[in-house]
Design a protein around this ligand. Structure first.
Ligand code: GSH
Length: 230
């Protein structure tokens, strides 16, 4: 469905902006992406998300919506007539999906960021172990929710797929920068297969940033985090 006046303020490297793009693609909506550099933050960003000053920001005509998970839910509700539903129809399943996305944003994001930010070898080892523990839990959740189907949400990409899948490129980046596997097919067979299917889905294909380009970006991030911690 062609919908006018949909704009996303995002950035090529942002896993959170990626969530919104996937949701819009799943709904078959046309939209414009406005690239934000964050350095310095644009007037549009400061004006449209004055509370957090973060991307993504979604513009639906003159309506402004912030926070990736909230935007994805908004898209799912507003375009509920489109064939595909991102959140489960059942209230209990919906509550569970929200719980796991919140868990991913809390635990997974924290461990992945720590792996990327830490330079000290001992501390890095510890952060890797913590990230692996979270991955084990996500593998368990995948096996339970998917019930043998391709996605957390069943046959099609759902809320948890978007929430976790948005970090896929950063998983590749931490593996590449540390020469150590995070997503391991012996430890996480379900998630390994899921990752391949997710990346190849028409709603996702072509959106995941290239690992090499993201590695260069992550190196700059590391320097910024180190300077902030000093
Ligand atoms: N909880 C937010 C969401 O889900 O939308 C996180 C968004 C976020 O952290 N965005 C980053 C950002 O705008 C870019 S990936 N950072 C700017 C800053 O922290 O000042």
């Amino acid at each position: 469905m062609a919908e006018r006046d949909l704009r996303l303020l995002g950035a090529w490297f942002s896993p959170f902006a990626l969530r919104v793009q996937i949701a819009l693609n799943l709904k078959g909506l046309d939209y414009e992406v406005v690239e934000e550099t964050l350095n310095p933050k644009s007037e549009l960003l400061l004006k449209s998300n004055p509370v957090h000053k973060k991307i993504p920001v979604f513009f639906h005509g003159d309506k402004v919506i912030c926070e990736s998970a909230i935007i994805v839910e908004y898209i799912d509700e507003v375009w509920s007539n489109n064939a595909l539903s991102i959140l489960p129809q059942n209230a209990y399943d919906r509550a569970n999906a929200r719980f796991w996305v919140s868990y991913i944003d809390d635990k997974w994001l924290t461990s992945l960021k720590s792996v990327l930010a830490t330079e000290d070898d001992e501390a890095k080892k510890l952060h890797f172990e913590q990230a692996e523990e979270v991955l084990e839990k996500v593998e368990e959740v995948f096996n339970k929710c998917s019930e043998g189907k391709a996605y957390f949400g069943g046959d099609t990409i759902g809320f948890v797929d978007i929430g976790f899948g948005s970090f896929l490129s950063f998983i590749r980046v931490s593996e590449n920068m540390n020469e150590r596997k995070l997503l391991d097919e012996t430890k996480h067979p379900g998630l390994t297969l899921w990752a391949e299917t997710f990346a190849a889905d028409p709603a996702v294909k072509g959106l995941l940033p290239e690992t090499e380009k993201l590695v260069e970006f992550a190196k700059i991030l590391q320097l910024k985090w180190a300077a902030a911690a000093a």
